[in-house]
Write a protein that binds this ligand. Structure first.
Ligand SMILES: [Zn+2]
Ligand SMILES: [Zn+2]
Length: 295
């Protein structure tokens, strides 16, 4: 929550099918993006949790960075109403050159952004200011098509195959009725990536982030400082572990650490979370994760 040498602020970049989505943008986020050597700087949309400096002061730099590439697509910015004022006043006062359209979407609970095969949903958190978490949720994908099954059933290639692949039912010339389930596998689950910061712990966070492949969640304090965390409307890493466990998530990525912990002492946060959720990762700057498609 405070930039330190070797530890920038909390920000998560998700790359999906050529789209880049940025969740929060603290001071220096663009430096990390440069270090990652992203060839394609066209961020499709930015999602801001709340209007605290450690989550937004990197945004003007990101907007400038996005001007270095030709783009005709607008940039969507999702966040609290005040974010629009922040972006517009920065742009005006700093004479920022921005060569693309910015479309502002005020955040509210529910779907705030959607694209081909996925939505991004917002849910309310409990902090000292209005604050939202986000989840990128993919739709279920069609099951696999088995051509050998279609051939064995004597279904002629072409239009009928296409109808079956689209989940339809077909009638063959000999009168047999073939349902797509006879030649297709089960529909496959989509992926889910959730982003939670800054918030006090409450039980229903687990419902919002249910079944996440990756849960990025704040774990600002150690378990022994639970009272401090509650008072400041933040979470302990142990509570992040509870959210990960109760939501049946696959991996918990801890983030947004208190500057009171040195790099070595961050192990305390990891240990506390692992007490309830062993698949916990202490994230570091520019760490990357792959989330493979599910079979
Ligand atoms: Zn913060
Ligand atoms: Zn905050």
């Amino acid at each position: 929550m405070m930039p330190l040498p070797g530890r920038f602020l909390t920000s998560v970049l998700v790359r999906r099918d050529g789209d880049l989505f940025l969740f929060d943008s603290g001071e220096g986020t663009q430096v990390s993006m440069k270090m990652l050597n992203l060839k394609w700087k066209k961020i499709s949309a930015v999602f801001i949790s709340h209007m605290h400096a450690d989550h937004v002061t990197g945004l003007p730099g990101i907007l400038m960075l996005s001007s270095q590439v030709d783009r005709t697509e607008p940039l969507y910015i999702v966040g609290p109403q005040k974010l629009r004022d922040y972006v517009e006043s920065s742009r005006r006062i700093l004479d920022m050159y921005i060569n693309y359209e910015i479309r502002f979407i005020p955040v509210e609970t529910g779907v705030v952004f959607s694209g081909d095969g996925f939505t991004i949903q917002a849910f309310p958190l409990i902090h000292t200011k209005p604050c939202y978490g986000y989840a990128l949720v993919e739709e279920r994908r069609k099951g696999e098509f088995f051509p050998e099954k279609a051939e064995a059933l004597g279904i002629p290639r072409g239009k009928l195959w296409g109808m079956l692949q689209n989940g339809g039912t077909v009638e063959l010339e000999d009168g047999r009725i073939i349902d797509s389930s006879m030649v297709m596998g089960e529909a496959r689950d989509g992926r889910k990536i959730s982003y939670v910061t800054d918030t006090a712990y409450f039980e229903s966070i687990a419902d919002y982030v249910h079944d996440s492949d990756i849960l990025f969640c704040e774990g600002m304090f150690e378990k022994a400082l639970a009272a401090t965390a509650r008072e400041k409307r933040h979470m302990t890493s142990y509570e992040a572990g509870l959210v990960a466990r109760d939501s049946c998530s696959r991996i918990l990525c801890l983030q947004h650490y208190s500057p009171r912990y040195s790099d070595k002492e961050l192990k305390i946060l990891e240990r506390d979370a692992k007490e309830v959720f062993p698949d916990t990762v202490l994230t570091k700057d520019r760490m990357t994760f792959a989330v493979p498609l599910k079979d």
